[in-house]
Design a protein around this ligand. Structure first.
Ligand SMILES: [Zn+2]
Length: 152
């Protein structure tokens, strides 16, 4: 049986209890890492700035002042203007990727997302999870397969 590494456990500890229940059930059968739970505003902003550049002449206090220079941008929201679901405490979103393949294998990331959804439906039916959840693997433009969030 797989077990979370120290960083994954620390990240998971920042998440809503239903996300913890889901991940703790999944890890029994499938090894994966929890890459993000709650994010501070400072970290959210740092991730926002990755892959973006300030438009000439702009001050940079608004999201629209930035142009995306790398399509693999990490996050959509800056935190200051609009919160990501990771900017709550406890976090109402979690990002997970398979271990050991990590970000390298996109198919495995989708496979893990499918396993997460199946496990969620099982736990929901058993009454062990109350929240409704949404899966970033279902989204298009941009798809976000590592991402799972609670519907509020
Ligand atoms: Zn996420």
């Amino acid at each position: 049986m797989a077990k979370f590494g120290k960083q994954s456990q620390t990240n998971l500890d920042t998440c809503h209890k239903d996300l913890q229940t889901l991940c703790n059930e999944m890890i029994k059968e499938y090894d994966f890492s929890v890459v993000f739970g709650a994010r501070s505003m400072a970290i959210q902003n740092a991730l926002f700035l990755k892959g973006r550049e300030l438009r000439p002449g702009e001050v940079g206090d608004r999201r629209e002042h930035y142009v995306i220079t790398n399509i693999k941008k990490v996050v959509t929201f800056r935190g200051f203007e609009r919160k990501s679901n990771h900017n709550h405490y406890p976090s109402i979103a979690v990002d997970i990727i398979p271990y050991p393949s990590g970000w390298a294998n996109q198919n495995k990331i989708y496979e893990l997302a499918g396993f997460a959804k199946a496990t969620y439906l099982k736990l929901k039916a058993e009454g062990k999870i109350e929240s409704e959840m949404r899966f970033g693997s279902d989204w298009k433009n941009p798809a976000d397969p590592p991402h799972i969030e609670i519907v509020t």
